[in-house]
Ligand binder design. Sequence first.
Ligand SMILES: CC(=O)SCCNC(=O)CCNC(=O)[C@H](O)C(C)(C)COP(=O)(O)OP(=O)(O)OC[C@H]1O[C@@H](n2cnc3c(N)ncnc32)[C@H](O)[C@@H]1OP(=O)(O)O
Ligand SMILES: O=C([O-])CC(=O)C(=O)O
Length: 452
Amino acid sequence: MDYCDIQATNQQLVTMAMQNNTISKDDFKKYNIKHGLRNSNGTGVLVGITGICNVEGYTIEDGVKVPQEGRLYYRGIDIYNIVRHSDRRPGKRLFEETMFLLLFGQLPTACELESFNAMLDEYRNLPAGYTENMILKIPSHDIMNKLQRSILVLYSHDDRPDDLDMENLVLQCIKLIARVPTIISYGFQAKRHYFDHQSLFIHPPQNNLGTAENILYMIRSDNKYTETEAATLDLALVLHADHGGGNNSAFATHVVSSSGTDTYSAISTAVGCLKGPKHGGANIRVREMMLDLNANVDNIEDEAQLRDYLQKLINREAYDRSGLIYGIGHAVYTKSDPRSVVLKDKARELAAEKGKMNLFNLYESVERIGIELLKKAKGEHLDICANVDLYSGLVYQLLDIPQELYTPLFAVARVAGWCAHRIEQVMSDNKIIRPAYVCVSHEKEYIALDNR
Ligand SMILES: CC(=O)SCCNC(=O)CCNC(=O)[C@H](O)C(C)(C)COP(=O)(O)OP(=O)(O)OC[C@H]1O[C@@H](n2cnc3c(N)ncnc32)[C@H](O)[C@@H]1OP(=O)(O)O
Ligand SMILES: O=C([O-])CC(=O)C(=O)O
């Protein structure tokens, strides 16, 4: 091979990278490494304590994992009880109450909620010059990527970015929570303009509108939305606001915060985690998978054809060839994900209102057949259910929210949870998180360049 042949050299590097970076499955077994920090019975390795949120998907009885219907609690309050108070009346929004609950540990009084909302109103606008320099000058086709970079840049607009004093930390968190909806809305408008060649609309956020209403106001060229749309988006934000300390992005927030670094580094890391298709990015993959299904299945009402397509997904023969059916499966939930239960009901209601029951029925068939085929492929012992990402995208689709906003909307909600976890980490545990790795390479001599 010619040393200067760039292509051949690149291939050589790929081969070396693959050969020298693959740890054998036997070594994982030999050293009893917990893949994905999961015990052999599928339960998570216990690595932390949190008072923010509890996720229940199973119980342990006599050392055995027993599946149960999923439950989710924010600061001890069952999410089913919270969403029962979802309201279609103007201004009756639950998301701001939920954020307050997660961040400060208790439900706000009317007075506390009013001043919290006033703070959010004060900070929703982006710093001077930021929209032009950060959002419009360097647009991205991916709004999560835009959000991650934009959060990092806010560091430069903060007089005390590295100060871990609690007063400073709380203020940084409130400002982030207020600004993330504006960033994703403007990021979306920039994406539409620079990549999809649409007109550019920058609608400044409005005082006295909740987060859900402000997002609909900013992303729509005519600013218009209905009460049903605002109440439904508000409900979705409540359902996505936190998921305990162990989910990938919250755990990363704990890890990064434990190094003593700044809020912007920690929260932008969490955004990067959420973007992943096995985490929050699954909601966009669900939509793309359904589009691929529609393009490749002649008759979507024919169960045999649906079954055939879903089996191809599992066999890595269709869509992104990852072997995954997106929107199904969870690290904790077994029989049900409560967020999916609520969103499925909402999707059914919206589909009926809009005469789109065929679409809803298709999702329900994918859920039913997908679970059946996955159990067959992985073993009947596998307790698996639809997760939050299966029906959230359908709800957004029925609200005419573009798919590139699905994961960013998840981030709008989850930034409250990440901030709560960061505050908890800084307050409660100043030990740096530093687990151990076994090294399986042997000691070698250094050989001088001329002798290799
Ligand atoms: C907001 C959220 O993060 S919710 C999750 C969103 N992600 C998705 O929807 C992507 C599809 N789902 C998945 O990839 C998985 O279910 C995850 C990542 C969510 C959880 O994965 P795990 O914790 O490994 O789940 P679990 O231990 O129950 O999986 C058992 C086996 O079933 C497989 N499996 C689980 N779900 C799926 C799926 N939807 N499609 C194909 N295979 C699956 C796992 O890969 C694993 O296979 P293996 O034993 O060969 O390694
Ligand atoms: O808990 C998890 O692993 C993933 C999840 O559902 C979430 O973060 O909402």
